[in-house]
Every structure is written in C-alpha cells, then in structure tokens.
Design a protein around this ligand. Structure first.
Ligand SMILES: CC(C)(COP(=O)(O)OP(=O)(O)OC[C@H]1O[C@@H](n2cnc3c(N)ncnc32)[C@H](O)[C@@H]1OP(=O)(O)O)[C@@H](O)C(=O)NCCC(=O)NCCS
Length: 150
C-alpha cells in the first residue's frame, strides 16, 4: 500500500529555521543567522515547503515598492524533482503580487541549468549577464518576470 505524502507551501515560522539552515549544498551565507535576519525583516517574503510537516525547502524574496528580488530558493537534495521548487516560486509570486509586486528579478549561476529551467518554465526571461558576479569568478545570468498576469 502506498503512503500518502502531504506537501504544502506557507509562510515560514521561526521553529522551521534550524531545519532549513541544515539543508546541505546551499550557497555560503545562508546559515541560521541570515535566515533569522530575513525572518525578522518586514520587507522580506519568506516561504517554506513542507513534506509531512517537516521543512525541506525555502525561498526568500525582498520587496522594494513594486520590485521584488529573489534572494534564494532551495529544496533539500532528497526532495528535488517533485515540484516543490515550482510550488515555492508560485507561492512567492502570489504573495509578492498581493503586496504590489510588478516585477521579480533574480540572478542565477551560468552553470545552474536546473534552476534556469525552473525560472524559464515560470515565464522568466534573461535580461542580462553579470561577469564574475560570484566569488569564484562565475558569471550570473540576470532574469526577470513581469508579474502583471499573475
Ligand atoms: C533549483 C531548485 C530549487 C529546484 O527545485 P525542485 O523542487 O527540484 O524543482 P521542481 O521539481 O519544482 O522542478 C521545477 C522545474 O525545474 C527544472 N528542473 C528540476 N529538476 C531538474 C533537473 N534535474 N534537470 C533539469 N531541469 C530540472 C524543470 O524545468 C522543472 O520543471 P518540470 O518539472 O515542469 O520539467 C533545486 O534544484 C535546488 O534547491 N537547487 C540548489 C539551490 C539552487 O541552485 N537554487 C537556485 C539559486 S539561483
């Protein structure tokens, strides 16, 4: 008999932060201190993806008037490819639009074709590149989503 698995995306709670900080393979600088700072920042939108009540992914967006900037989106490696990244991003966009967001900008490593695939599938378009944006010298692809139709 197959088990029923419940997934949900919602606003993060402080009790979720330690589990989110323990997700492996995340870009440097996303430890408990920065997650707590984002949690406490009123202009940040912070969503969590849960599987059977356990936090397995998150996304953080900073909103400045009508412009949103996606700071990070992460799904635990054991739960990738199940649609959680897309569900998180959809939730973030809906929350941003409720708060007046008209466009959402993000940067992604040139080599990160999985994340680029996610963004392209959601309607993001490349608007430029920033050479040597990352500390290891990698170029960032800058992408934008106009959110008028959400
Ligand atoms: C990017 C990330 C959040 C995607 O999360 P996910 O839950 O695995 O993504 P989903 O299952 O929702 O897939 C959404 C889309 O991403 C793309 N995608 C996901 N896995 C992929 C893979 N292995 N190969 C290619 N494309 C892939 C596809 O376009 C997919 O859409 P589809 O299922 O309709 O084809 C996840 O891979 C991750 O946490 N990566 C490490 C952190 C990171 O790179 N974050 C981005 C920072 S800019």
């Amino acid at each position: 008999m197959s088990q029923v698995v419940t997934t949900e995306v919602k606003e993060v709670e402080i009790k979720d932060l330690p589990l989110l900080a323990s997700i492996p393979g995340v870009e440097k600088g996303w430890g408990i201190a920065s997650l707590t700072k984002e949690f406490l920042t009123p202009s940040s939108i912070f969503g969590v993806a849960k599987v059977d009540g356990a936090a397995v992914g998150y996304a953080v967006l900073q909103l400045a008037k009508e412009e949103g900037y996606l700071c990070n989106i992460v799904v635990h490696p054991s739960f990738r490819g199940l649609g959680l990244g897309k569900a998180l991003l959809e939730w973030m966009i809906e929350e941003g639009v409720k708060r007046g967001m008209m466009r959402l900008i993000l940067e992604v490593r040139e080599s990160n074709t999985v994340a680029q695939g996610l963004y392209l599938s959601m309607g993001f378009k490349e608007i430029g590149r920033r050479p040597r944006m990352y500390s290891d010298g990698e170029t960032a692809v800058v992408m934008e989503l106009r959110t008028a139709n959400f």
